[in-house]
Design a protein around this ligand. Structure first.
Ligand SMILES: *[C@@H]1O[C@H](CO)[C@@H](O)[C@H](O)[C@H]1NC(C)=O
Length: 307
């Protein structure tokens, strides 16, 4: 019999049997590890944190959360005036040194510049927070397909470029990377397929990278579910979307992200209850698609009629 045919028959039941034995001791091991990570969590006071997309939303609140803990900050975004305001508030909240850098993460030379500027100013880099991102319009057959190129340039390449240039500096400090992806990467998001795709691309890249760079550089992948931001607010107003669920306040989410990063977690989903939805999707994809369709697609259609 061909090896793959044999594996198809033998491997799945073997894995299930193995899991039955492996899972209980593994969960105990995981619990011990998480207690250890909690006890020995990183203190970021005085450390240098670079945050992209820091002018609003999760990025802005991450700046405040790091500032409260006494970290030094490099804040990056396209809107200088808003960035200045965030920087001022971060200083008031306790950050000893904040610089702002106007840059567009979808431009490779901008990303090189903001990393160089940060390291020239502070002499080191400890955390890189890849947060900058944009939402997309709905894809239709009549769409101009070129309109969807920028979302990949910002959400995917905008993370990768910064990571590339920050790499040697992070390695020197045994630093960390934080990737703000989205639960839509593994759940899908009707009417925002390119957004979901760009976020899934991030996860694919950083999960692979994490295996390569191992413990040298920690990578925490964050998958927010429903969190208040400019993105979700504009979605609610313009598209009547996502309002069926209470969005988590941005500051609550930002605090959870910094805590999780300091513990060195591999993954964080906020709010937590969104994570088990992944299990539902993997085990019963038909039910998932059907429920999602009913909640988002159908709801939207009735909204259209009223409007
Ligand atoms: C689609 O968008 C691109 C870039 O914005 C533009 O150059 C092109 O002319 C557009 N194509 C059509 C058919 O509108």
């Amino acid at each position: 019999m061909e090896i793959n045919k044999l594996m198809n028959i033998v491997f799945p039941p073997l894995l299930i049997i193995a899991l039955v034995f492996i899972l209980p001791p593994f969960l105990v091991f995981k619990l011990v590890c998480s207690i250890q990570r909690f006890v020995y969590k990183e203190n970021v006071a005085g450390k240098v944190i670079l945050i992209t997309g820091a002018s609003s939303g999760i990025g802005e609140h991450l700046a405040y959360e790091y500032a409260r803990r006494g970290a030094r900050l490099a804040l990056v975004a396209r809107r200088t005036d808003r960035l200045q305001k965030v920087a001022e508030r971060a200083r008031q909240m306790g950050s000893p040194d904040v610089i702002v850098i106007t840059a567009d993460v979808s431009k490779v030379e901008d990303c090189q510049r903001f990393v160089d500027k940060t390291v020239n100013h502070f002499g080191q880099l400890d955390h890189l927070v890849n947060n900058a991102g944009v939402a997309t319009a709905r894809y239709k057959v009549t769409s101009n397909i070129s309109d969807f190129v920028p979302v990949m340039d910002i959400n995917f390449w905008g993370s990768v470029y910064g990571t590339h240039f920050a790499f040697p500096h992070l390695r020197k400090r045994r630093g960390k990377m934080i990737v703000i992806s989205s639960a839509s990467a593994w759940l899908g998001l009707p009417k925002a397929s390119f957004y979901a795709a760009s976020k899934a691309a991030q996860i694919g890249f950083y999960e692979s990278l994490r295996i390569e760079v191992g413990p040298e550089i920690g990578i925490t992948i964050v998958t927010p579910g429903f969190v208040e931001s400019e993105m979700t607010r504009s979605n609610q107003q313009e598209k009547g979307k996502l309002q069926f669920l209470g969005n988590e306040p941005t500051d609550v989410c930002a605090k959870a992200i910094v805590e999780s990063t300091c513990r060195g977690d591999m993954y964080l989903t906020e709010p937590f209850w969104v994570r088990p939805l992944y299990l539902l999707k993997v085990l019963c994809p038909e039910i998932w698609d059907w429920a999602y369709h009913l909640l988002l697609v159908h709801r939207r259609r009735t909204g259209d009629k009223k409007a």
